[in-house]
Design a protein around this ligand. Structure first.
Ligand code: BG6
Length: 474
């Protein structure tokens, strides 16, 4: 036996990438809704092209997505058929508080998730809930400047109190912010921040980061107060940086990149700002607004477990060493000549998964939860609509094997594993539908055409076998 008998196998999604129903039952508008498909997406995502509402001549895939808002019962039944023990999903903040600063929540939004959680429990599936997966109410962005403003901590706290109280009997696994380190890279997409020309972006990002870190610690505190059984985790966009060569300049560049990556989790898991971040603030003349009590709050409310996504390792090179770049989660990486890449240029590195798992465990010594991993690929259904996705099975098999090695050979404590996009959904990076991760094919294309019909892929039966054998039969 390698994985624990209660190992949580399952899949993961995010509200804005699958629910659709963008204005159903009183839902308000969020940053993640106004991300169109097309060449402007990257500049919008990073906060350098302002898009604060729907504009003509753009296609916004999140508006309908795969319509899980209406289809969730059927989709959860399919997850149950695969034997899921856990389903990771996120709450759309604007279903609960359409503007974000209301005093009372929207009952219809609350009811939607209550029903969804009941549906999970019907099949013995434990929900793992991401409180915010990149979303931020547009109203809060326009009126308060979003996470630049300290008031956001209070709005987020109100959301958390409502969720922890209402779902006390239904949910015990929570994540405070999805890929919190994405704030530094996809600032608008992940946190609703955009920048005017000439602004000090680094200072704005650090101040917003401080607000999110305080909000996360507060969520951990009240989550434990409301239900001591709650297990609350942080969430990192993972993937360690290798040095491009053994040139010390490259090694130093890799250390710096890893520091930037781990900064948020260092605070959430260790309870204080790491020395390198304090020095970076000093070096850049950034004076953070830290309120009375923040330092103590961060210290006293560290997370119960550390969760992360892993798609790829990354490579860093010293400034003087020119190196070819490749794509991957908005994080720049030097191209690693030892690795194959996906159709989107993401490097495939199962051993890098084991390396990343070990680095994180070594750094925090807390239980780990792998909450995203998978292959985004183009699937071509045959004439019966069937997708024989052996390439996806190969990717997942090699990564699960690497995770197994981390458990068996290295002694890492891992609570569970949820593949990303267990059902095809909208890509966060590109807004495309054709970048598919699922075990379940959804008939919808990049332009929004298609019947939305769900069809099991070959990987569906494969993953079912993996789960029923608790990871023994890959
Ligand atoms: C992670 C996000 O960055 O990677 C997900 O948490 C995202 O929201 C996933 O979908 C895969 O990225 P992409 O760009 O292929 O959708």
């Amino acid at each position: 036996m390698s994985f624990k008998s209660n190992f949580l196998w399952g899949g993961a999604t995010a509200a804005n990438q699958c629910e659709g129903g963008f204005d159903a039952d009183g839902r308000g508008l969020a940053n993640v809704d106004v991300m169109p498909v097309g060449p402007e997406r990257l500049a919008i995502m990073t906060g350098h092209h302002k898009m604060l509402d729907f504009e003509e001549n753009y296609f916004y895939p999140a508006k309908q997505a795969i319509d899980m808002y209406h289809e969730y019962k059927k989709d959860i039944a399919l997850f149950a058929e695969m034997g899921f023990k856990v389903y990771r999903l996120s709450i759309a903040w604007t279903r609960i508080f359409p503007n974000g600063d209301e005093l009372e929540p929207n009952e219809k939004g609350l009811l939607f998730y209550e029903n969804l959680f009941n549906e999970c429990h019907k099949y013995g599936i434990e929900p793992l809930v991401t409180i915010t997966h990149f979303d931020c109410p547009m109203y809060l962005i326009k009126k308060y400047n979003g996470w630049r403003n300290r008031k956001m901590v209070g709005f987020y706290e109100r959301l958390c109190r409502v969720l922890f109280t209402r779902y006390k009997k239904q949910v015990k696994y929570w994540l405070t912010f999805n890929e919190i380190n994405m704030l530094f890279h996809g600032s608008f997409m992940s946190s609703g921040l955009y920048f005017d020309p000439g602004e000090n972006e680094l200072a704005i990002k650090y101040q917003a980061a401080h607000h999110q870190l305080v909000a996360s610690a507060l969520a951990t505190k009240i989550g434990h107060e409301i239900n001591p059984d709650n297990q609350i985790g942080c969430m990192l966009a993972g993937g360690d940086y290798y040095p491009n060569t053994c040139n010390p300049e490259d090694v130093w560049a890799a250390i710096k990149s890893n520091h930037e990556n781990y900064f948020f989790i260092d605070v959430q898991a260790k309870g204080e700002y790491p020395y390198y971040a304090l020095q970076e603030l000093k070096n850049n003349n950034i004076k953070l607004d830290i309120a009375d009590g923040d330092v103590e709050l961060l210290k006293a409310n560290t997370v119960d477990f550390v969760s992360f996504s892993y798609y790829s390792s990354r490579v860093a090179a010293g400034e003087k060493n020119a190196a070819e770049k490749t794509d991957g989660n908005v994080f720049a990486s030097v191209r690693n000549p030892y690795l194959e890449v996906t159709e989107w240029g993401w490097q495939i590195d199962p051993l890098g998964f084991r390396i990343t798992i070990n680095q994180i465990y070594d750094r925090y010594n807390k239980p780990l939860f792998v909450v995203e991993n998978g292959l985004g690929a183009i699937d071509t259904p045959d004439k019966n609509g069937y997708v024989a996705d052996d390439y996806r099975i190969d990717y997942l098999r090699s990564h699960i094997q690497a995770m197994k090695d981390a458990v068996n050979e290295d002694g890492v404590d891992i609570m569970g594993y949820t593949t990303w996009g267990c059902i095809d959904l909208v890509s966060a990076g590109t807004g495309e539908m054709k970048k598919r991760y699922g075990f379940i094919y959804v008939d919808r294309d990049n332009e929004g055409n298609g019947s939305l019909k769900r069809t099991k892929k070959k990987s569906f039966d494969w993953y079912k076998k993996v789960i029923s054998s608790n990871g023994e039969d890959l």
